[in-house]
Write a protein that binds this ligand. Structure first.
Ligand SMILES: [Zn+2]
Length: 286
């Protein structure tokens, strides 16, 4: 068992100091996720607990002479709408810490970009980091993988604008993931029994990385040590944010996206070579 306790505090001391820069903001999110993943490790007969202190003023509970709280997030997160990925919870953050935009497949449509643009343009006093967060077993990415593997079936969606708006934005990542798998496992990779799963998981990471790089390009004039863009993949089983390509899969880490085509090529290949992807493609060898 574990207890996750939100403790309201009216003393004015509950809000943690704002991170000084993007590096500190990444470290704070990583530490929050590490703690979350750790307390959810269930030990028979013991109860883990963690207290998240909520500054009452963040919810308008403290006396500010009748004024509403001031919005002061230190990070913006573009995450998937999937109900299994509650953003504040998995990063161990409280109210007014994160500016969260959630949409299926964490794709970057005009409205999402507009929301993030608002954060960058208006919350720059506190905002230090923009994060794109994918997650394992993402249904939106699975739909794009299906469309890639069976293009003829995609005609079924041809007249569904809402579905196409999501799937077509993810297809670029699926193509990049397929290319990476081909480069590592030859063109016969499609014949391997775990190809679909391997393509799915590789695409999830590539989708987050490509979206993060797109944001980096979009906001390039606003970025610097004080504001940066990172990405990660939340693992539904370990509850850790990281990347398949990590040599130590249990490590929590937010990563900086590549900025050039060769960087995506290298990233795709390193994910494709990771132990978990290899095990999906060759289940009997693992
Ligand atoms: Zn998803």
């Amino acid at each position: 068992m574990f207890d996750l306790i939100y403790r309201f505090d009216t003393s004015g001391n509950a809000k943690m100091p704002d991170p000084a820069d993007a590096l500190e903001a990444r470290a704070r999110l990583e530490a929050g996720n590490r703690e979350f993943a750790t307390i959810t490790l269930l030990d028979e007969g013991t109860t883990n607990s963690r207290v998240v202190r909520l500054d009452a003023s963040a919810l308008g509970l403290a006396d500010r002479n009748g004024l509403p709280p001031i919005q002061r997030p230190f990070a913006a997160v573009l995450g998937c709408a999937d109900a299994r990925v509650p953003i504040e919870l998995i990063f161990g953050q409280a109210a007014n810490d994160l500016f969260v935009v959630r949409v299926a497949g964490n794709v970057l449509g005009a409205e999402c970009l507009g929301s993030l643009d608002y954060a960058v343009s208006n919350l720059g006093g506190s905002l230090k980091l923009i994060v794109v967060l994918g997650h394992t077993s993402c249904g939106a990415v699975a739909a794009a993988v299906e469309a890639f593997i069976h293009p003829h079936r995609y005609l079924d969606f041809a007249t569904s604008h809402p579905l196409r708006a999501i799937i077509e934005r993810i297809l670029v990542a699926v193509r990049a993931a397929h290319r990476a798998l081909e480069q590592i496992y030859t063109q016969d990779v499609e014949e391997l029994p775990g190809y679909r799963n391997a393509l799915h998981e590789t695409s999830i990471a590539m989708n987050a990385a490509i979206t993060a790089a797109t944001l980096k390009n979009e906001f390039r004039e606003s970025l610097g040590p004080h504001l940066d863009v990172a990405y990660g993949v939340y693992d539904l089983q370990t509850r850790r944010v990281g990347l398949q390509a990590n040599s130590e899969p249990d490590i929590v880490r937010l990563l900086l996206p590549p900025s050039i085509a060769e960087g995506f090529d290298r990233l795709g290949k390193s994910i494709a070579q990771s132990e978990s992807i290899r095990a999906m493609l060759h289940p009997t060898r693992s």
